[in-house]
Design a protein around this ligand. Structure first.
Ligand code: NAD
Length: 354
């Protein structure tokens, strides 16, 4: 028996191949007529194509989204929105573009339509991380939650196979931590488990053929469920470690999640035997931590923080930061065990359950 409280977040989801063709209808449905289309510089040609398709309902494009949502870029985007008199935002891209849309929505109250092109899951969360002067701070407010999310798996066909793998494991990490979250609830647990199942079966297919639309659809479905889980319940040790490592050593977001996940699972294995049994079943292994470590190896992703560029001398700093103001975790943090966890993740050694 468990007790729980569950705040269900509002939002409309449209899912399916070619669903990007419904952007105009969704703009009108919101009562809007002047959309500003947001993207990264690398995705600007596709954002312009989308604006062209939207036609008269597009007021302009802003293609300056970059990683970590720097406030200076958000302010520029707000100016761009005001200069074209935009009455809504259309964000097409991964977590960086979606973060920019959220930051503009926070400052302008403009409604957002989001077309995710990776599996990071930000579109389903009321969370915004912003950077000022190199320092990242995170806030949770429904003001940044997108009104409409359009999941078109065709938009993910161009995501390179290696990026798809790490982006998918980033989503799996949200789902894994949702399973053992302090404020877990039965509905979110169902979504989280289903998300993991979908990624475990679809990522090998995407690696074999990145243009496999049915595998892409399966994975994007998993991303929706993982993002919803991330938005609904609190995260633990794994996310804390990734924030510390990403922030302190400027490591790539999804790749860091991919290296750390098996080790964070191993740390929590003794505390949650029943859930770990479910996780083992989902990954098709006796031990969930070893199962994920091996899956990540088979998918060809990097398994060491060293390969991501973290210096060995950074281990001590990471241990200190990870154990200061920790997030709630199913198992209390033991400094020595956390040091060993980070050392193993740095060296790329298999996870150890102790
Ligand atoms: P990203 O948005 O930075 O995209 C990575 C690169 O891939 C970019 O250059 C982008 O242009 C390109 N790209 C994206 N989709 C593509 C596609 N389909 N085809 C070809 N190229 C494509 O990376 P990300 O991993 O999606 O997002 C990471 C960011 O999102 C981090 O800053 C992270 O903190 C944030 N995030 C926030 C939340 C939240 O809830 N607030 C959740 C998850 C991630």
């Amino acid at each position: 028996m468990i007790d729980f409280a569950y705040d269900v977040l509002p939002g409309r989801v449209v899912f399916g191949p070619a669903s990007r063709d419904q952007v105009s209808a969704e703009i009108s449905r919101l009562g809007c007529s002047r959309a500003l289309v947001l993207s990264t510089p690398g995705y600007s040609a596709k954002a312009k194509d989308l604006a062209y398709k939207i036609g008269q309902l597009a007021a302009g494009t802003f293609s300056g989204a970059v990683m970590h949502t720097p406030v200076s870029v958000s302010e520029e985007a707000v100016k761009a929105a005001r200069s074209v008199n935009a009455d809504c935002l259309v964000s097409v891209g991964g977590g960086s573009t979606i973060g920019l849309g959220k930051a503009v929505a926070l400052r302008t109250d403009l409604p957002q339509i989001v077309l995710p092109t990776t599996y990071a899951g930000s579109e389903m969360t009321p969370i915004l991380g912003e950077t000022v002067g190199g320092k990242k701070s995170t806030q949770r407010t429904v003001k940044v939650l997108p009104e409409v999310v359009i999941y078109d798996p065709e938009l993910t066909l161009t995501l390179p196979a290696d990026v798809s793998v790490t982006s998918g494991i980033n989503a799996v990490a949200h789902a894994v931590e949702a399973l053992y979250a302090k404020d877990r609830n039965p509905v979110v647990s169902l979504m989280a488990a289903e998300s993991i199942r979908r990624f475990v079966r679809s990522l090998p297919r995407i690696l074999a053929d990145p243009r496999d639309l049915s595998a892409r659809s399966d994975a994007l479905h998993g991303a929706w469920l993982a993002g919803t889980s991330l938005g609904a319940v609190g995260m633990s040790l794994h996310h804390k470690l990734c924030h510390v490592l990403g922030g302190s050593f400027n490591l790539a977001h999804a790749e860091t999640h991919t290296v750390v996940l098996p080790h964070a699972i191993a740390y929590n294995e003794p505390a949650e035997p029943e859930l770990m049994g479910l996780l083992a079943e989902l990954v098709g292994a006796k031990s969930p931590s070893t199962g994920f470590y091996e899956l990540i190896g088979r998918l060809g992703a990097k398994r060491s923080l060293r390969e991501l560029g973290m210096p060995e001398t950074g281990i001590e700093k990471a241990v200190s930061e990870a154990t200061q103001n920790p997030y709630w975790n199913p198992r209390e943090l033991d400094r020595e065990l956390i040091r060993e966890l980070i050392r193993r993740a740095w060296a790329g050694e298999p996870p150890l359950v102790r």
